[in-house]
Design a binder for this molecule. Sequence first.
Ligand SMILES: [Zn+2]
Ligand SMILES: [Zn+2]
Length: 307
Amino acid sequence: METRQVAEDIRVEGIVQGVGFRPTVYRLAEQYELRGWVLNDGAGVWIRIAGAPEQIATFVEELKGSPPPLARITRITRTALPLTAVPERSFSIAASQTGIVQTKISPDAATCASCQRDLQDPDSRFFRYPFTNCTHCGPRLSIIRAIPYDRHQTSMAAFPMCVACERDYQAIANRRFHAQPIACPTCGPQVWLEESDGQILAKGEAAIARTVLLLRQGEIIAIKGLGGIHLACDASQETAVAALRHRKHRPAKPFALMVRDLAQLRDYCHVNEIEQQLLASPAAPIVLLTRRPDRPHHALQALAHPI
Ligand SMILES: [Zn+2]
Ligand SMILES: [Zn+2]
């Protein structure tokens, strides 16, 4: 005898778009042999599902208990449906629906550990590609023009996916399955270095190498990123920092300091457990730290002058 089946609508609200939620739903639905579909709409994620009642219950528990890392579920609403509402024989990700927008969007997230490994792997097609991302990291709010969150509604619409990215985007087991900002050196945004008059000095790897050289020579570089422009200079060079302070009319207020890693940071500042967690979190915020008094003043011109 066939197992008794029931059908349900499951609405998930919160930060559930652009965080790999639909792929997670898909994987769990496959795992628990459920039929139906999942889609994004103006309210969040809408799942219509049919299967054994205990399998659906476990499915919902897993979704609540282990959502994707960047997701924040605020509410799950379950509504029973007649079984005829789910004629599908398998589970699929359906096209997004527009509607009244109530859903939340994830903020941009710092490059995750897996993407950092790709960046440093010479065999990866993302090797040294600055815009590498996946469903667990990368730009979100900065690139979104409209909800539902789909590539054609982001600033990535100008960059059609190459064959390799399209393959990753379609592969359920891939970390970049339905990662809307997916990009690689073949199809994604490029880097170049230009003079203030717009003259192009270098492109790609050469642009990065030249920028490093210019920073070492004490120049100030405007680096256009996803959410705005960073003015950068070598924090250890007194004249470079002084020039930036002068131009920004910022005689004393501290600048944000970029360091390679925690070990290097500890050379200059005290870092406690909470501060360390904050720095390593997906939000990767600017954190105010206590300067080490034993460091000579000239070691770090970017930090605030002592009062
Ligand atoms: Zn990632
Ligand atoms: Zn690509």
